[in-house]
Design a protein around this ligand. Structure first.
Ligand SMILES: C[S@@+](CC[C@H](N)C(=O)[O-])C[C@H]1O[C@@H](n2cnc3c(N)ncnc32)[C@H](O)[C@@H]1O
Length: 617
């Protein structure tokens, strides 16, 4: 950063800064709004300025610089910072109130922890940085809790607080500029920075964080998922709230700054060189509908958060990037009035996800060669499995998973192989958003997903060892996966239980009424497979977006998956019909295979031809 400006209680502003208006050149650099409501306000929001020793060294530059920061754009009655003209959020009292409500929400969700402010296990921190601090509430609380630490907090506008603890420095700066802090931090914190940066800007910010965090220090980021969900269908599919997330995800995509930061931060943080990236999933109720006392209070506060935030969150994005064309401010207001009305419905049980992700700095070598203490009980600790990013999805990346991919490639047609990889990726996209699947064995899930269609007959070399004459295709696949694990997996890692999980996940993946009642690894595997066949609209609770699905299909095209499926199913009905009578494969034969018949071969036929009731009354 070229000239970060600390602002806190203590001293009066230099007179030059308090009276200098912004220049006309700066006014022209403000957001492009051809709207008669547009007006420029030269604000005097901060009443006191504290200059740190570092700022004193740059006295002249700082004072002029700070004066320039005192202009705001007032657009559609919200006020925006002028340091950047491409950030979607206003910086006015309404938005500060919203951010404070968000702060209380996250404190409440962590109220059972000794330190509800962050999860990173930082002991005796000396320096902490909060990026995009908003009104600075988090930074102020942290400074109070750790009086021996110096807490720097930065945002694009001067914060509204007239008093901050002496160890807290609220600075006005754009973190995309060069950082000039001369010291390193024990912890860098970011919360709700969704939509602030383009992909390359995120990489830039994480890279800067990595370089400014002490070895072994921590970065912690908390991001929410803008999609609203319900577990009990109280959220009507055609409601504005149900579509809220997609509406804004779309606007943000068009703006070039995705709001789905929670889905990409882990991979980007890892790509920057951090290790031990953990993810904490919070289900945040909106409204006081939960029975649990803490969640009820969290829901009440979150309702306020939404109620006061709606206009600030929506106005800039919809009036600039709304579809099919930018909306007028009045259209946005009418829309928001309807959304508010929906939110008032007492029967609504809605919530959204938030993901927190504390991560540690380390050396690059450690990332590729996990140290022995990161390996637990013979198998690699699930949270520290090496990962890679495929089609924007972070998936585990072990040598066994690579071998499974090669094995599947050798034994599958192109279309089946792409389906396998998509199922693997989709399973991780979806399951990483389901709290009950968070602790699953990720390597077992990956192996099961990758090997799940080894029993598809089309695409195998002639006389393949994998395809039996008499077993159903799911069982051929499960048996081949088990042999693969015996052959390739380390015996101390692949005990009977893990191997059985993979076998079950594959053998049962076509029977939804069973597999989704099974272990998390089995469920996760099937989520991915089923989502690939049926697409995002049939995945419950909006857990898969069209954008996520498209990205994966772009990299691993479907190549006519339905045709491939039909070919395989019909082939099985012809070549080993005995394996198809009691299951869904036979349905394909019934419809498409000439001469195929299940007449007299159904399980019911088998049972009704027994006369044991009479023989053994
Ligand atoms: C949604 S607010 C979150 C505020 C606060 N972290 C919280 O949790 O309440 C995101 C903040 O990031 C700030 N921001 C966006 N781009 C920034 C940049 N390039 N440099 C510094 N701050 C930025 C915005 O001004 C805004 O105040």
């Amino acid at each position: 950063m070229s000239s970060a400006v600390p602002v806190a209680a203590g001293s009066d502003p230099p007179s030059q800064s308090s009276t200098s208006p912004s220049t006309s050149a700066e006014q022209h650099a403000l957001p492009q709004v051809e709207n008669e409501e547009r007006e420029i306000e030269v604000g005097y929001h901060i009443t006191r300025i504290y200059l740190s020793p570092r700022a004193h060294r740059k006295w002249e530059k700082v004072s002029i610089y700070f004066a320039n920061r005192r202009s705001y754009l007032v657009d559609h009655t919200s006020r925006y910072a002028t340091l950047r003209d491409d950030y979607w959020g206003p910086s006015d009292d309404q938005q500060f109130e919203t951010m404070d409500a968000g702060h209380f929400l996250y404190l409440l969700l962590e109220c059972n922890r000794a330190n509800p402010l962050f999860r990173a296990p930082v002991e005796n921190p000396q320096r902490i940085l909060d990026i995009g601090t908003g009104p600075g509430t988090w930074a102020i609380d942290v400074a109070d809790k750790f009086p021996a630490a110096l807490v720097h907090a930065v945002d694009l506008f001067p914060p509204p607080n007239e008093w901050v603890p002496p160890n807290c420095f609220l600075e006005v700066e754009d973190v995309l500029q060069d950082w000039t802090w001369g010291h390193q931090f024990d912890l860098v914190h970011m919360r709700l920075m969704l939509g602030a940066f383009t992909n390359s800007e995120w990489d830039d910010v994480y890279g800067k964080c990595f370089n400014h965090i002490k070895p072994g220090g921590w970065i912690e980021q908390i991001e929410l998922d803008v999609r609203v969900m319900s577990d009990d269908d109280s959220l009507a599919k055609d409601s504005l709230l149900a579509e809220w997330g997609n509406t804004f995800l779309g606007c943000a995509e068009r703006a070039g700054r995705s709001l789905a930061t929670q889905t990409t931060m882990k991979a980007r943080i890892e790509a920057a060189g951090f290790v031990d990236v953990q993810e904490q999933l919070y289900k945040c109720p909106i409204g006081k509908w939960p029975k649990n006392k803490v969640l009820k209070e969290a829901g009440r506060i979150n309702f306020q958060h939404w109620d006061s935030g709606l206009e600030g969150w929506a106005m800039w994005l919809l009036t600039k990037y709304g579809a099919p064309e930018p909306w007028s401010a009045d259209e946005v207001r009418i829309y928001l009035a309807h959304v508010r009305q929906e939110m008032q419905n007492p029967k609504l049980h809605v919530w959204h996800y938030t993901i927190g992700s504390p991560s540690r700095t380390s050396t690059t070598a450690e990332i590729h060669h996990p140290s022995p203490e990161r390996l637990g009980n013979g198998s690699m600790s699930q949270s520290t499995l090496p990962t890679k990013v495929l089609a924007d999805v972070t998936v585990p990346d072990t040598s066994l998973i690579s071998s499974a991919l090669s094995f599947a490639r050798e034994n599958s047609s192109d279309a089946t192989y792409n389906h396998i990889v998509r199922s693997f990726l989709l399973g991780f996209v979806i399951s990483d958003k389901i709290p009950t699947l968070a602790d699953r064995d990720r390597e077992a899930h990956a192996v099961a997903a990758i090997l799940h269609d080894l029993g598809f007959p089309v695409g195998h070399p002639p006389h393949s060892q994998i395809i039996s004459d008499e077993k159903r295709f799911e069982v051929d696949g499960a048996n081949a996966a088990r042999s693969f694990l015996h052959r390739e997996g380390k015996s101390e890692e692949w005990d009977k239980h893990r191997t059985q999980l993979v076998w079950d996940a594959i053998a049962l993946h076509t029977i939804g009424s069973v597999v989704f009642e099974k272990e998390p690894e089995c469920q996760a595997t099937s989520y991915g497979i089923w989502a690939d066949f049926q697409g995002p609209d049939r995945v419950p609770n909006g857990l898969l977006t069209h954008e996520e699905y498209k990205k994966i299909c772009d990299e691993f095209p479907r190549l006519g998956l339905m045709k491939t499926l039909k070919e395989n199913m019909c082939h099985l009905c012809v070549t080993k019909p005995g394996t198809t009578y009691d299951n869904t494969v036979g349905e394909w034969g019934d419809r498409y295979v000439d001469g195929y018949s299940r007449k007299g071969k159904l399980t019911q036929d088998l049972l009704e031809t027994c006369d044991l009731d009479e023989k053994y009354p």
